[in-house]
Design a protein around this ligand. Structure first.
Ligand SMILES: Nc1ncnc2c1ncn2[C@@H]1O[C@H](COP(=O)(O)OP(=O)(O)OP(=O)(O)O)[C@@H](O)[C@H]1O
Ligand SMILES: [Mg+2]
Length: 276
């Protein structure tokens, strides 16, 4: 169980995350939504230890995470998608996943330094790495160097590495952003599969409301750093606070908004980019 209590961070005078208290249970996928700049990524950064809280704390299975480095939090079971800066750009995709698998198992499977165990561990780790790559449809790119992967593949690799760590808590921050229409379903399928494992706690920051509607067991809404709604998806989506906070419209205008193009700034569906 993951919990935050009054988790807060200030950047100068700006309170980016404001006293957020929330409990995330295993077997539940919680979608975290809110407008750009609401504090969603910063909330993840606080939980994973990338940035230090100004006040408040996060707890994993009742244990305070305060003072733990990001890697100590990873070892404790928190899984945040790797940033590519954590990878070895000149090594192959397979080598990178194998290192992640190895890191995840360090301590669990250490059997002493003899050549036989090194060889058999290496084989087992390669096998696991291959399975993880298969799961994200990247087996064909196993020998490609990470630096030369296109953006969509880099994002898929981030998810592959997260899977390899086998964390208790999965934190996905817009996992399909920048992916093509045929890449995104690969990741969404993986998240669907993860949901079947009732020991796992899943947090998903996602702007696409159709994805949220399908996957979320619960939605929390952040707005200006504060938690403004929390509950069952259909209720939260219908609530005036979400219509206003998330869609940025008055509740009474929400119906009109539903008829507008889904993404302001993009052409209407059908591909027309200019009005006659
Ligand atoms: N390291 C930082 N230093 C100063 N301000 C920051 C820092 N990180 C985030 N912020 C600010 O905190 C606020 C929350 O940003 P955050 O990236 O968490 O929003 P978000 O909800 O993830 O938005 P988006 O949907 O666009 O990804 C923003 O005003 C942002 O400019
Ligand atoms: Mg963000």
């Amino acid at each position: 169980m993951l919990q935050t209590k009054d988790l807060t961070v200030r950047f100068g005078g700006h309170v980016a995350v404001n006293a957020v208290s929330c409990t995330f249970q295993p077997g539940t996928l919680t979608a975290i939504v809110g407008p750009n700049g609401a504090g969603k990524t910063t909330y993840f950064n606080l939980i994973s230890g990338q940035i230090r809280a100004s006040s408040g704390d996060a707890f994993l299975n009742g244990n305070s995470l305060a003072g733990l480095s990001p890697s100590a939090r990873t070892r404790a079971g928190l899984g945040r998608a790797f940033q590519l800066t954590n990878l070895f750009p000149n090594l192959s995709v397979l080598e990178n996943v194998r290192l992640a698998v190895q890191a995840a198992r360090a301590g669990k499977h250490l059997r002493g330094l003899n050549l036989w165990s090194i060889w058999s561990d290496h084989k087992a780790l390669t096998q696991l790495a291959e399975e993880v790559l298969e799961a994200v449809s990247m087996a064909g790119k196993r020998h490609t160097t990470v630096a030369s992967l296109p953006h969509g593949d880099q994002r898929k690799l981030e998810v592959a590495l997260l899977m390899a760590l086998e964390p208790d808590v999965f934190m996905f921050d817009e996992p399909t952003a920048g992916m093509s229409a045929d890449e995104a379903p690969v990741i969404l399928n993986l998240i669907r599969k993860l949901k079947n494992d009732k020991r796992k706690t899943i947090l998903l920051v996602e702007h696409k409301m159709d994805v949220v509607r399908e996957l979320a067991d619960r939605i929390i809404v952040l707005h200006n750093g504060s938690l403004v709604a929390d509950g069952e998806p259909s209720e939260v989506i219908a609530s005036p606070v979400v219509q206003e906070a998330y869609l940025g419209v008055n509740p009474k205008d929400a119906l009109a908004q539903a008829d507008a193009p889904p993404h302001p700034g993009l052409p209407p569906q059908g591909g027309r980019s200019e009005t006659p």
